[in-house]
Ligand binder design. Structure first.
Ligand code: FES
Length: 165
């Protein structure tokens, strides 16, 4: 796909990379803009973009499978939460939140025993909503890129690349 760039006063450049209809819900379109490969995702009504480079060891992150958060309100009842979608890197399966780039995986932590019990997923969701429990974010982020819609066109806004010395 060809790219079309326009200069922005802040030094950021916008690239028109396709029509909104080019990406199905839950799908990904990999484009090249500003010399970088970027995966553009459509999740419901929103578009999100990630650099196609895994922060772990540089794998082609956006070639990975899109997965949905899974929870179980009671044992034996497994459900998907389509509000939280992740891409699983094809090299080592680290998962990154498509909306934020956040990974919840940290290989540097040593495993140790932890008390464990079984709780209903609805209770856990309530605890998270009430602030009594929280997801533990890992230290890694995939780089996110702002995506906007201008008429029917998907537009990426990239920061200016650092100048070579
Ligand atoms: S390179 Fe992506 S998980 Fe290792």
């Amino acid at each position: 796909m060809s790219e079309q760039a326009s200069a922005r006063p802040s030094g950021a450049r916008k690239f028109i990379v396709g029509r909104s209809s080019d990406v199905a819900d839950g799908g990904c379109m990999i484009v090249t803009a500003g010399g970088r490969e970027i995966g553009v995702y459509r999740l419901g009504d929103g578009f999100h973009a990630l650099l196609n480079r895994c922060p772990h060891l540089g794998g082609p992150l956006c070639l990975g499978q899109v997965v949905t958060e899974v929870f179980s309100p009671v044992p034996g009842d497994v459900r998907g939460n389509s509000d939280r979608r992740f891409v699983a890197c094809p090299w080592h399966n680290w998962e990154f939140d498509i909306r934020t780039g956040q990974s919840y995986w940290n290989p540097k932590l040593r495993a140790r025993t932890v008390p464990v019990g079984v709780e209903a997923g609805s209770d856990v969701a309530t605890a998270i909503a009430d602030g009594r429990a929280e997801r533990v974010a890992g230290p890694y982020f995939a780089e996110t890129i702002p995506v906007t819609l201008e008429d029917d066109y998907i537009v990426l806004t990239l920061r200016a690349a650092p100048s070579a010395r």
